[in-house]
Each structure stands twice: as structure tokens, then as C-alpha cells.
Design a binder for this molecule. Structure first.
Ligand code: ZN
Length: 95
């Protein structure tokens, strides 16, 4: 498990994915839709438990990533900005 910040973060609006390079040189690609669907805020966690994950728009885009020290706050095109993704959580997400 990685608890340190990545070496680099590259948000591609064209490909709708984020490419993360970790300190151990692991390169991870995560789609915007996957990130939105995995939002760790309390509201989204509750929605997933209730099986409402399908509400994520396939065309959702990640607009901004704001460093918060232990992770990233992500702002999405559907107006949602409540999720803060700790580094270790981000590293566990697959495409
Ligand atoms: Zn959320």
C-alpha cells in the first residue's frame, strides 16, 4: 500500500483518464468514469451500498484535482466535488 504522493499526475480531457506515476515507477491509468464511480465521500459510499452505482454518467469528466496533502479532492463535470481520494485508495483503483 502506498501512502505517498505520486511523482506525477496527468489528467487527459481527451482520453477521459488520469495517468498516475507512483514513486516505485508503477504507472496507473484510471478512467474518469471509474474515479467518479469510486468517489469515497459519505453520500457516494451510501449510494453504492444501496446499489445505485449505475447513476454515474458514462460521459462524466474529471475537471480538477486539488492536492489535499494525504490525497486529492476531485471535481467532476456533474458538479460533484465532495470526494477526497487518499493516495492509498487511488492506488487500489483499477481502470
Ligand atoms: Zn461522492
Amino acid at each position: 500500500m502506498l501512502n505517498t504522493a505520486p511523482l506525477s499526475l496527468n489528467n487527459s480531457h481527451t482520453l477521459q483518464q488520469v495517468v498516475v506515476t507512483w514513486p516505485n515507477n508503477d504507472i496507473q491509468t484510471i478512467s474518469h468514469q471509474r474515479l467518479r464511480g469510486a468517489c469515497p465521500c459519505a453520500k457516494c459510499r451510501a449510494a453504492r451500498i444501496q446499489g445505485k452505482i449505475a447513476l454515474v454518467d458514462a460521459d462524466v469528466k474529471l475537471i480538477a484535482m486539488n492536492p489535499m496533502g494525504y490525497g486529492l479532492q476531485m471535481v467532476f463535470s456533474d458538479g460533484h466535488d465532495r470526494g477526497i481520494y487518499p493516495w492509498s485508495y487511488l492506488h487500489e483503483l483499477s481502470t
